[in-house]
Design a protein around this ligand. Structure first.
Ligand SMILES: *[C@@H]1O[C@H](CO)[C@@H](O)[C@H](O)[C@H]1NC(C)=O
Ligand SMILES: *[C@@H]1O[C@H](CO)[C@@H](O)[C@H](O)[C@H]1NC(C)=O
Length: 312
């Protein structure tokens, strides 16, 4: 009798212990009853987490930097490589408000600072410590460009509701957050628009979880559960993601950032002009030496006309 009771107790205890995990953050450490989960953000800085929701991106980035510094596995295949509006900076050690919102001004523990949007992405030039960031500009639209793996052909009509459903379920958000889904079959690209609208859901955090889900490994406790929406009863898997951020106000980069690009363009233009002159010179010479080879020229002209006709 006693033995059975003990066994039952032991089983209950074991189940309770098992369920004291942070579903939305695999690096968290949890214990106690009621179960409490924390994540280390810096030496002697532990943040209590609300594991029924996604963990704010600012905390995630900070935890990732801390782990990288300590040589702990972030199980991330390297820093993000997006060349979309701005996240080509990669990860830095952000300053977060107590509720996990990014502070408008970020310095990455150095004396070089910049202003970020609510997604923590740089939207100004990098400057000295006296840089002023008036307020945190909100990222109102996040576009995830997902490339799905080869071998499936998706039904466009079903895609929007399927993606919205999968995102709502996986990231515990309202499916109305997904405002549009576009599909290009040839490039296997699915564009998913997330907009805040009237809700105060942090779309940047959703974008960050998606990025990790596809590029690296999920941040969820069970990181073997893949993000794989079911479209027309076909499970779709992804091989790449690119995240674009659109803020309520345009970013304020100056020409400083563009210098290298502009120089490249100028070089290309100069080369093109030189090449053009050379071609002109050669063809002039050819024309002069082949004044009487008319038939060939007419065919060329005919072909050009044909092309014009077909294209118009
Ligand atoms: C932030 O600092 C770390 C090292 O201290 C560096 O590896 C990283 O590139 C920096 N990030 C940015 C965006 O400056
Ligand atoms: C994690 O998810 C996988 C795939 O869905 C499942 O097979 C496995 O049992 C899950 N593990 C835990 C600990 O929940």
């Amino acid at each position: 009798m006693h033995f059975v009771a003990l066994l039952v107790l032991a089983t209950v205890a074991a189940t309770a212990a098992q369920s004291c995990v942070c579903n939305t953050m695999k690096w968290a450490t949890c214990d106690g009853s009621p179960c409490e989960c924390k994540i280390t953000l810096a030496d002697q800085v532990k943040q209590t987490l609300e594991c029924t929701k996604l963990i704010p991106k600012c905390f995630l980035m900070k935890a990732e930097m801390y782990r990288a510094k300590k040589g702990l596995s972030t199980r991330s295949g390297g820093k993000p490589t997006d060349h979309a509006f701005v996240d080509n900076d990669g990860i830095y050690d952000p300053d977060c408000e107590a509720n996990g919102v990014f502070k408008a001004k970020q310095c990455n523990n150095t004396d070089i600072c910049w202003c970020v949007n609510s997604a923590g992405v740089r939207r100004t030039d990098k400057e000295g410590q006296d840089l002023k960031c008036e307020k945190l500009v909100e990222t109102v639209w996040v576009q995830a460009q997902l490339k799905h793996k080869e071998g499936v052909s998706l039904d466009q009509a079903q895609l929007k509701s399927a993606m919205a459903k999968a995102i709502a379920e996986r990231y515990s958000v309202d499916d109305k957050l997904v405002t549009d889904v576009k599909y290009d079959k040839d490039s296997r690209t699915i564009l998913v628009d997330l907009r805040t609208g009237t809700s105060n859901v942090d779309i940047a955090t959703v974008g960050y979880y998606m990025e990790k889900d596809i590029k690296v490994l999920p941040l969820f406790y069970n990181d073997s559960k893949k993000f794989s929406p079911s479209v027309d009863s076909k499970n779709v898997e992804f091989e790449n993601i690119l995240v674009y951020y659109v803020d309520a106000e345009p970013p304020t980069f100056t020409m400083k950032r563009l210098t290298a690009g502009v120089i490249a363009v100028i070089v290309v233009v100069v080369l093109a002009i030189i090449a053009g002159l050379v071609v002109l010179y050669i063809s002039k010479k050819r024309q002069a030496s082949a004044m009487y080879q008319k038939p060939e020229q007419t065919t060329e002209l005919d072909e050009m006309q044909k092309e014009q006709l077909t294209s118009s």
